[in-house]
Write a protein that binds this ligand. Structure first.
Ligand code: ATR
Length: 280
């Protein structure tokens, strides 16, 4: 039930209609019987700052921020978490009681928590890590993997200069690799992460031979439409361990929910079933 005292939060994007965040947060609100609501907020870039200030002034607890506002959110926040500071991107805003706006980036946390849930021995796969892509998601994931102890990291990207920029901006100990050298970069890799949109419904396929990967490699994709991407299917055929991308979305939502609604939510089979139902 929503009363006059309900706590409010939402997701700000442009567009936002495809976002699964309202499905996730409202599931938890109902499961934990929290007096609150979480709504989708379509906000054009030029209106972003005004909208955030308005939500704060209207008493919202905070908001998630998605494409294309993540960098603007980092600029607008009064304080940033170390990860948000490093990546220059914010996906979770928390409005503090004194009116200050705190920004966090929970994408890397979501990525690692998903890896852990899908492959409890994931730390054994941090020897030679190959990341495909150098966009916003790759930034958060590269930082998280470096902090978790990746020994060697290669960033393979279509536009090599973007991989170089990512490594420089984040001060990472990593090597940029041009896309046409991707297959040789996979040699003996123990973890392969796809952060590009290749393989997503409606996008081009990800054509990459997995032959060179280490026989004990772990392969994960942040694409979750389809849930089992062609990359994951091919990895499975090679008898490699796989982790799909939906859990990253579920886990990245947890810190925001805890900050706004005061309960630490869990990611379980019932939530997964609920979200998969909403995706159909
Ligand atoms: P996100 O925030 O989800 O990471 P993004 O910042 O737009 O999205 O990044 C998309 C990534 O997918 C980039 O690394 C992009 O490569 P470029 O830097 O060359 O643009 C990669 N990507 C997108 N389409 C691609 C394609 N057809 N082939 C190879 N890489 C592609």
């Amino acid at each position: 039930m929503i009363t006059g005292k309900a706590k409010l939060a939402g997701v700000i994007g442009f567009p936002v209609s495809h976002s699964l965040s309202p499905v996730i947060h409202n599931y938890w609100l109902s499961t934990y019987k929290v007096d609150g609501a979480y709504v989708p907020l379509t906000v054009a870039p030029q209106k972003f700052k005004g909208a955030v200030m308005g939500l704060r002034d209207a008493g919202f607890m905070g908001a998630n921020v998605t494409v294309p506002h993540k960098e603007a959110a980092a600029k607008l926040a009064d304080t940033l978490s170390p990860t948000a500071e490093k990546t220059g991107a914010v996906n979770t805003l928390v409005f503090l009681p004194d009116g200050a706006i705190h920004g966090d980036n929970t994408d890397g946390y979501g990525f690692i928590q998903n890896l852990k849930a899908g492959c409890p021995t994931y730390k054994k796969h941090l020897g030679r890590v190959v990341i495909l892509g150098a966009g916003g998601a790759a930034r958060a994931i590269a930082v998280a993997l470096a902090e978790t102890g990746a020994q060697e990291m290669l960033i393979v990207n279509r536009t090599e200069k973007n991989a170089k920029k990512l490594i420089k901006d984040l001060a990472l100990n990593a090597e940029p690799v041009a896309w046409n050298h991707a297959e040789s970069a996979l040699k003996n890799a123990t973890l392969l992460v796809n952060t590009t949109t290749l393989g997503m419904v409606g996008q081009q396929p990800l054509e990459l031979s997995l032959k060179a990967l280490h026989d004990n490699a772990l392969v994960t994709d942040i694409v979750y439409r389809p849930l089992k991407t062609d990359l994951l299917k091919r990895a499975e055929k090679r008898k490699l361990k796989i982790v799909d991308g939906l859990g990253m979305l579920l886990h990245q939502a947890r810190p925001g929910f805890a900050a706004w609604f005061g309960k630490n939510p869990t990611v379980d089979a019932a939530l997964l079933k609920h979200v998969l139902g909403a995706m159909k």
